[in-house]
Design a protein around this ligand. Structure first.
Ligand code: NAP
Length: 310
């Protein structure tokens, strides 16, 4: 076997699993498709990770997690994992760039922001349509912006966009936000932010660049147009689990089912973080699950190799 454990995904869950596996003296590889840090690395400011009274930037927190795991010997490479082959002797994690054999696998592949699925969204992506305020917000200085969604991400990122934008309109399909109360209060108190309630965006308008959105009030059926230079979409997440279809049990949306020990339906395969079916999606829960997954993986590997303590 090349490794004791291969971890797929380098967000907070995967990096914590890597830290714990490496500290457990397991030969561990973490494979990340892009840059380590996951969605947390594109979050401007994280206010609810314990130990940082003033909050901490997403990139800073996740880079520190990476350095900490590497200090204990975690190997990190870049590859796009496309399959997992399981056999009695062990597993092969199949990437576009290579095959990695191991005794146990921890799936920490996270989730990707969902698309809205309306006309104009694809054609104007990168031309005013964005899914990452931290990445693209600064391009919209003194512009009118629209944010779609009512969860933590929509409201937090809407707040972040007020640093640059002239106005930020949050368009939500209901008349109550899903976001945490503390975030809601900040948004209600921000004079640049206004809300368009009970409304859905039916089309994103513009030829070369976003020029506006067509909005339908779901209660009255009224249609209207809102002019804007940018549209930030935050309507939830889809799990990065397609490569495991048919290999481990998932719910109807593709979130992986595990028990409390982060074991999936496939022996030797564990999962943690946003790719799991669960109620609370936070950096802190991903980290806790990463620690739990690595503990279970360690027990599995030691039993398999006959090195478990009696
Ligand atoms: P989310 O909590 O699932 O919220 C998605 C929002 O988009 C909801 O308000 C939903 O409306 C709306 N929505 C869904 N589909 C839609 C559609 N087709 N058209 C219009 N609106 C639609 O997703 P999220 O805000 O991206 O957050 C994902 C997870 O990460 C959550 O668990 C969240 O708590 C967590 N997170 C936490 C923080 C933090 O703690 N600071 C920050 C970011 C994310 P309804 O409300 O009507 O369903």
């Amino acid at each position: 076997m090349d490794y004791d454990v291969v971890i797929v995904g380098g967000g907070p869950g995967g990096l914590t699993a890597g830290l714990y596996c490496a500290r457990g003296a397991l030969k561990t590889l973490l494979v990340e498709r892009l840059l380590p840090g996951g969605q947390a690395a594109t979050t401007h400011w994280i206010d609810n990770y314990p130990g940082f009274p003033e909050g901490v930037s997403g990139p800073e927190l996740t880079m520190a997690m990476k350095e900490q795991a590497e200090r204990f010997g975690l190997e990190i490479i870049t590859d796009d994992i496309v399959d997992l082959e399981t056999a009695k002797e062990g597993m092969t994690v199949v990437g576009k760039g290579g095959h990695y054999t191991c005794h146990a696998v921890i799936i920490a592949s996270g989730a990707t922001v969902a698309q809205l699925g309306v006309p104009g969204e694809d054609s104007l992506r990168g031309k005013g349509v964005s899914y990452c305020a931290t990445c693209d917000g600064a391009f919209f200085r003194n512009e009118d912006l629209v944010v779609i969604g009512g969860g933590d991400a929509a409201v937090e990122e809407g707040l972040f966009l007020t640093k640059f934008a002239k106005t930020v309109r949050i368009i939500h399909r209901r008349n109550r936000l899903r976001a945490a109360k503390v975030i809601q209060e900040r948004a209600f108190g921000n004079e640049k932010i206004s809300f368009v309630w009970d409304s859905v965006v039916e089309e994103i308008l513009g030829e070369q660049q976003v020029e506006g959105v067509r909005v339908k009030n779901v209660k009255t059926g009224d249609l209207s147009e809102i002019k804007c230079a940018g549209v930030f979409v935050y309507v939830g997440n889809v799990p990065n689990s397609q490569f495991l279809k048919g290999k481990v049990e998932m719910d109807g949306k593709g979130f992986i089912l595990t028990n409390n020990g982060m074991e999936t339906s496939q022996k030797g395969v564990f999962a943690c973080g946003d790719v799991r079916k669960k109620a609370l999606r936070q950096v802190i829960t991903a980290c806790g699950e990463g620690a739990a997954a690595s503990f279970s993986a360690q027990q599995f590997v030691e039993e398999k190799k006959g090195t478990a303590y009696a």
